[in-house]
Structure formats: structure tokens, C-alpha cells
Ligand binder design. Structure first.
Ligand SMILES: O=C(O)CCCC[C@@H]1SC[C@@H]2NC(=O)N[C@@H]21
Ligand code: NA
Length: 586
């Protein structure tokens, strides 16, 4: 994109952007100076377990709706049509199962880190492996979340790349390490509102510029951008109803069922019912954010008067070009991007600090006083925001950028490759009483190995399910003064029907979560039976969800007993003793 094309901000835009950053920090400061003033880890990491369902539900959305989705989903719709919208079908089970399976088990155990469950059910070693896997996934994901808006903005508006990364990180550090989980949740609420406002503004202006909603709708139907229901069962086809609607359920479970960032929000709710309610309330907001980004992609397709490359930054270019005549709206959209990034990064920082504190520090320093533990938690917040991981990933991205354009697909692949095996580990623990620690470790290792094999294989494999670039995309790319690397990348996109191992590499990335989850369960059970399955009495009470008991509830009791469907009893006595006074059941 030659510099003359660059769009520039007016003073109003910078003011809007600065005001929204300042507001986020103001909320953080408020929670640092109010309430218990963040003096205990219960408050700093768990918000005193006092949150109500509304802020928790909006924070649940914000945690995994970053600039990657704000930019990536419209680019996906623009390039491939509305097939991606079917991921909305995965939101039903993707939220119902966490509400009625994972929350009841995890909430009763009164955990702080979701990986404590793995020690209660299996062993300390399994817990540490779960924690380290989560830390790896979150650090990489955080780098993508910070880099995407900064890179896209820099490409379009000359917005200083490092300035953006540092400003984002600094603002986030301030309110996360000052105000703890309370600040993170309330800033998420505010930032979700900004995200919706920014996307809505683009849609309203875009529809008006295209001659009104009826005009857009007419073009939409003519332009065959509305994808039909694609029921092709081929697992190598990138986006079909099955990969999105069914594969997407496992993606949702890995995020909204067992991911520390979300579980911590459930556990910060004042009662289990509030936690379940926050899951239900997340559903309409999730559907709304999906609809907004998909409609934005459609409007882009029809309002699009210019020819773009098909990289994520085309979304920014289009938005800046369209909003140019409306002082303040470009600033609002940039604030929307950074709100999306900040809300995800602050959740990531806070959950990283929590698991590091609970899983890696506390077990080795049991006698640590509350005050010191809180201090260490804040220091961890600083550590994780010390840009060490972000700089590393950003630097790597800088180098890898030509080959791997950071967009929606990369984020979803990461969740599938790393989140899927961890989901499998929790399912193995909750639904199969016979699973033992050896089986769990072997299952996790095998699951990660398999998902990395297919994930990395698909990047380097030529005839993998690479995205068929639309004609417009290909033309734009070839016409741009794009680098030779892009040309070679294009040549490699020849779509030959994969066979043999290539077929394995061509598995749609939307199946990674399901594939690796089942691999962990299968291998975990085989190893468990080979090394002596656990007996029911050896399993810590409250760590099993009697899925067979629930599914076979019509069977007489003695038969269910025989099928060893343990009923979930209360948490172990030790857990109750050190959990402090049980709150009155409201
Ligand atoms: O936006 C991101 O940072 C990651 C991409 C979206 C993650 C998944 S997609 C299904 C679910 N719905 C969301 O809004 N986020 C998660
Ligand atoms: Na976000």
C-alpha cells in the first residue's frame, strides 16, 4: 500500500482514542482504591467471589473477542462468504455444556486455578503439565492479540507500531495490576460496549453509503455472498456446517468450559447459580458480536469501491476510507480495536498471574502470608506484561509475517492445537472414573503431539486445505507491488486433491479441538486400563461428572451402580476446611 493512500487521523480521533484508554485506566484505579483495596489474593485474583452475572457474562465475551475477530471475521466473510456465520450454531451446546457440566463440578470444588482440578483428580504432575500448556497457549495468543491491531493500523494509518504495542501494554498493565480481577471484569464490560459501538458505526455508515439496507440486501442476494448450508461431510473442507457447527462446539468447550480465563470468571461469581446464569447471558451477546462482524464483512463487500489486497489490514483500510468524512468515527473504530485487544490481554494477564501464583508459586511456599502473596501476584502481573513474551512473539511475527498472516484462522488453529488436548484431559477426568494419572499424562502428551503434527504439517504442506483465494483477492495481490514471497506463496496455493498423509494435513483446523480431545480420551483410557484403572473409592469425591448416570437416568439404581456412575458428592473434607466459611446458600 503506497504511503499516499494512507489515511490520517484528525485531532478528534486521537482525543476519542485517548479518552477510551484513560477511561479503562480510571476504572482500574477506582478498583485499586475501593473495596478491600486489593490486599488479598481472594480479592485481587478472584474478585472476592462476589461478582453478579451481568458483568461476568460481558467479561466472558470480551475475553475471547479480540481485534483478531473484529478484523478477521469481516475479512473471512469478504473473502469466502458467510459460511463462517454457522459457528453461531456451536454457541448453543458450547455454552450449555459449560453451564451444566463444567461449572457444577469446578464451582463446588471452590478452586482458584482450574488446573487444581487436575491435581485433585489425577496428580500434581498432571496439574503442572496442564498449567504449562495453558501458559504457552496464552502467551502466544496474547502476542497475536497485541500485534494484529498494531500491525493493521500501522499499515493503513502510519500509526507507530511500537508506540501502539507499548501504549496497549502499559495501559493494560496499569489497570490489571492495580485493580485485579474486579478491574479486569468491569473494564471488559466497558470495552465490550465500545466494541459493539465501533462495529455498529461502521455498519450504519457503510449501509448508508451503499444506498440503504434494501440496496445492500438486494446486492447480497445477487452477489451470492450468502453461503448456502454446506453439508459436505469431507473433514478436509475448511468451513462447512459440520466443521463450524460441530467442530466449533469443541472449540467453544475448550474456551468457555475449561480455559482458566473463563473458569476464573465463573468462580468469581457469588453463587453457582450466578455463574450458570452468566453462561446463559453470554449467549445473546456472543451471537450479537458474531452478527456484527459478519454484517460488517457483507457491507464491506458491497460498499467496497476500491480494490484491496486480501490481508486483514484491508478491513482497516476500508473502514478508514469509509469513515473519513465523519470526524471522530475513525477514532471510535480504532478505540473499538484496542478495546477488543485490551479486554482480551487483560484477561490473559490476570489468568496467567493466577495460575502462576496458585499452581507454581503457592505449592512451594505454603507459609506465604496473604499480603506477600498478593504482592507476588501483582509482581507476576508486571512480569507477564513486561512485554517479554509479547516482544518475543511480535519479533517472531515480524519475521514470520510473510508466510503466516496473523488472522482468525491462526488464532483458531492455536486454540485447536493447544486447547483441544487440555479439554480432552478434563473430559477424561470428569467422565471416566477409571482414568488414572499415568493415562492422563500419556493422553495429554499424545494429544499435543498429534495436534502439533497436523497443525504444523498443514502450514508447510503444499496441498493442504489452504484457503482458495477468491479471484478478487488473487488479482489484488498480484497487482499490488507485493513482495516476491507473496507471489511464491500464491503459486504454492495450487489446489491439488490431497491424498495419504497430505489428507491428514488437510484436516480442517475447525476439527483440531475435537480431534485432539478424542485422542487424549482414547489414549488416556487405553493407558489407564493397561496400567491398572482407578477404583471408584480412590477417586476424589466431587471430581467426577456422572455422565453415564445422567444419560442412563432411566436405568434402575443398581444397574447404574454397576456401571460405576458415581454421583457427585460434596468436595473433600480438606477442601472444605481450608476453603474458609461456606457462604450462606442464597
Ligand atoms: O477473537 C479472537 O481473539 C479469537 C477468535 C475468536 C475465538 C472464538 S471463535 C468462537 C468463539 N466466539 C468468540 O467470539 N470467540 C470465540
Ligand atoms: Na477482547
Amino acid at each position: 500500500m503506497d504511503p499516499s493512500d494512507q489515511k490520517h487521523f484528525t485531532a478528534v480521533d486521537y482525543v476519542i482514542f485517548a479518552v477510551l484508554l484513560a477511561a479503562s485506566m480510571g476504572i482500574g484505579l477506582y478498583h485499586a482504591l475501593s473495596g478491600g483495596r486489593q490486599r488479598t489474593t481472594q480479592e485481587f485474583l478472584m474478585a472476592d467471589r462476589s461478582m453478579s452475572c451481568l458483568p461476568v457474562s460481558l467479561s466472558l465475551i470480551a475475553s475471547f473477542q479480540s481485534a483478531v475477530a473484529i478484523i478477521g471475521v469481516p475479512a473471512e466473510i469478504y473473502t469466502h462468504g458467510t459460511q463462517y456465520w454457522f459457528i453461531g450454531c456451536a454457541y448453543f451446546l458450547g455454552l450449555l455444556i459449560p453451564a451444566h457440566v463444567f461449572i457444577p463440578v469446578l464451582y463446588k470444588l471452590r478452586l482458584s486455578s482450574t488446573y487444581e482440578y487436575l491435581e485433585l483428580r489425577f496428580s500434581k504432575a498432571v496439574r503442572i503439565c496442564g498449567t504449562l500448556t495453558f501458559i504457552f497457549q496464552t502467551v502466544v495468543y496474547m502476542g497475536v492479540c497485541v500485534y494484529t491491531p498494531a500491525f493493521a493500523l500501522n499499515a493503513v494509518t502510519g500509526f507507530e507500531l511500537w508506540g501502539a504495542v507499548l501504549a496497549t501494554g502499559l495501559a493494560c498493565t496499569l489497570y490489571t495490576t492495580m485493580g485485579g480481577l474486579k478491574a479486569v471484569i468491569w473494564t471488559d464490560v466497558f470495552q465490550t460496549a465500545v466494541m459493539f459501538a465501533g462495529q455498529l458505526a461502521v455498519i450504519v455508515v457503510g449501509v448508508n453509503q451503499t444506498g440503504g439496507a434494501s440496496e445492500v440486501w438486494r446486492k447480497v442476494w445477487e452477489g451470492n455472498r450468502i453461503s448456502a448450508l454446506n453439508l459436505n461431510p469431507d473433514p478436509t473442507e475448511r468451513h462447512t456446517f459440520w466443521t463450524l457447527g460441530v467442530g466449533g462446539v469443541f472449540l467453544m468447550l475448550s474456551l468457555y468450559g475449561v480455559n482458566q480465563a473463563q473458569v476464573q470468571r465463573y468462580l468469581s461469581a457469588r453463587t453457582e447459580k450466578e455463574a450458570v446464569r452468566s453462561c446463559y447471558m453470554a449467549f445473546p451477546s456472543l451471537q450479537l458480536s458474531l452478527a456484527l462482524s459478519c454484517v460488517m464483512g457483507l457491507v464491506m463487500f458491497y460498499a467496497n469501491t476500491l480494490h484491496f489486497g486480501c490481508f486483514p489490514q484491508m478491513v482497516i483500510y476500508f473502514v478508514m476510507d469509509m469513515l473519513e468524512g465523519f470526524p471522530g468515527l475513525p477514532g471510535l473504530f480504532v478505540a473499538c480495536l484496542f478495546s477488543a485487544a485490551l479486554s482480551t490481554i487483560s484477561s490473559a494477564f490476570n489468568s496467567l498471574a493466577t495460575v502462576t501464583m496458585e499452581d507454581l508459586v503457592k505449592p512451594h511456599v505454603p507459609a506465604m502470608t496473604e499480603a506477600r502473596a498478593t504482592l507476588v501476584s501483582k509482581a507476576l502481573g508486571w512480569l507477564f506484561t513486561s512485554y517479554a513474551p509479547i516482544t518475543a512473539v511480535t519479533f517472531l511475527t515480524e519475521r514470520a509475517l510473510i508466510v503466516v498472516v496473523f488472522d482468525l484462522q491462526v488464532a483458531l488453529k492455536l486454540f485447536g492445537m493447544v486447547g483441544g488436548p487440555v479439554l480432552g484431559l478434563f473430559c477424561l477426568g470428569m467422565f471416566f472414573p477409571w482414568a488414572n494419572p499415568t493415562g492422563a499424562m500419556a493422553g495429554l502428551g499424545a494429544g499435543l503431539a498429534l495436534s502439533f503434527w497436523v497443525g504444523i504439517g498443514s502450514i508447510f504442506n503444499r496441498s493442504s486445505g489452504a484457503r482458495p483465494l477468491s479471484a478478487g483477492c488473487r488479482a489484488a495481490l498480484l497487482s499490488d507491488n507485493s513482495t516476491s514471497a507473496v507471489h511464491t506463496a500464491l503459486d504454492n496455493l495450487t489446489l491439488s486433491k490431497p491424498s495419504g498423509l497430505n489428507r491428514f494435513y488437510s484436516l480442517s483446523y475447525m476439527w483440531y479441538s475435537a480431534f485432539s480431545c478424542f485422542a487424549v480420551i482414547l489414549i488416556g483410557l487405553i493407558i489407564s486400563f493397561l496400567t491398572g484403572p482407578m477404583k471408584e473409592e480412590d477417586v476424589t469425591p466431587g471430581t467426577i461428572y456422572p455422565v453415564f448416570g445422567k444419560l442412563l437416568c432411566f436405568l434402575p439404581e443398581h444397574l447404574k451402580k454397576k456401571l460405576c456412575c458415581v454421583t457427585p458428592r460434596g468436595p473433600t473434607v480438606s477442601k472444605i476446611m481450608d476453603a474458609g466459611p461456606i457462604p450462606s446458600i442464597s
